[in-house]
Design a protein around this ligand. Structure first.
Ligand SMILES: [Zn+2]
Length: 288
């Protein structure tokens, strides 16, 4: 049976048809509506799934935000324009007439990455560092979602009690320091107004402030990994996202982690799936 899988992000909506061998047969994407109207999101989703009518037997959805009992809530109002309490599962079921399962996008990506690891790995954490910071945790071979679907929102662990306020409302979250947005917003002087990609380029060419901003991000991720090791004794970390996979970033996190006492050391692997992690993970989780 083919699965129609949908990924809802802050900037794009993607859909794909995936067969039983986890191969993508068809794929399309469009921009996420910039308005905060639920009707606009519903209309965009109806256009997205239209070409797949009659081709799939079920639907799997990965979305940004907290997806609790089929309802989408934006933890950070900067993402998805503050859409609140959107009935995601019911909307997709009504649009497609198919059974649907919904999951947070980083939790879905964690499941996709976990499925590729050796069977001896039972406990892992996935961290994605891009515009924001997301995560997912697998414990004893099971994806941890929690009773309110909040488990594994690693970007909202605290990194600095004196830090800036995060989009979620808490002070000094990992996301507000380590993410691409966090790196860019801390830039001053000649780097002010530059995006994370430009700051990474400046760091590569030896710009001192740019290097400091990247190190500050890597340090927040390193300490998050140390906390995860102490909390869950995980076997490995998978690091993804445009920042997480940027040149030398993972190596820098590894180098910082090696300075912590040995009990905190854990291997850090680069993510395998890139843009399709949410799509693949939701489909794999739906099928399990
Ligand atoms: Zn936060």
């Amino acid at each position: 049976m083919n699965t129609l899988t949908i990924d809802i992000g802050g900037t794009k909506l993607a859909a794909a048809l995936i067969n039983e061998n986890d191969e993508i047969l068809q794929r399309r994407e469009m921009s996420t509506p910039s308005s905060t109207s639920p009707a606009d999101l519903e209309y965009a989703l109806s256009q997205l799934v239209k070409p797949y009518k009659g081709l799939a037997g079920r639907v799997a959805v990965a979305s940004t935000g907290i997806i609790d009992k089929g309802i989408l809530t934006a933890l950070n109002p900067d993402n998805l324009g503050g859409l609140n309490a959107f009935p995601l599962q019911a909307t997709i079921e009504a649009l497609t007439g198919l059974p649907c399962r919904v999951l947070n996008d980083a939790q879905a990506a964690a499941w996709a990455e976990y499925s590729r690891l050796s069977a001896s790995v039972q406990n892992m954490a996935f961290i994605t560092v891009s515009t924001g910071v997301g995560g997912g945790i697998v414990l004893n071979g099971e994806l941890l979602t929690g009773p309110h679907a909040f488990a594994g929102h690693l970007g909202h662990c605290q990194a600095d009690p004196q830090g800036p306020i995060c989009g979620c409302g808490r002070i000094g979250c990992v996301e507000v320091i380590a993410s691409g947005r966090g790196i860019a917003s801390a830039a001053v002087q000649d780097l002010e107004g530059k995006n994370a990609r430009e700051i990474f380029q400046a760091a590569q060419s030896g710009h001192a402030q740019a290097q400091k901003l990247v190190t500050r991000s890597a340090q927040a991720i390193c300490q998050l990994i140390g906390n995860l090791k102490a909390l869950l004794d995980i076997d490995c970390i998978v690091l993804g996202g445009s920042v997480g996979l940027a040149q030398n970033y993972r190596e820098q996190v590894e180098q910082l982690l090696s300075q912590l006492p040995p009990a905190y050391h854990v291997s850090i692997l680069p993510a395998h799936f890139q843009h399709d992690a949410g799509l693949m993970g939701a489909a794999m989780w739906q099928a399990k």
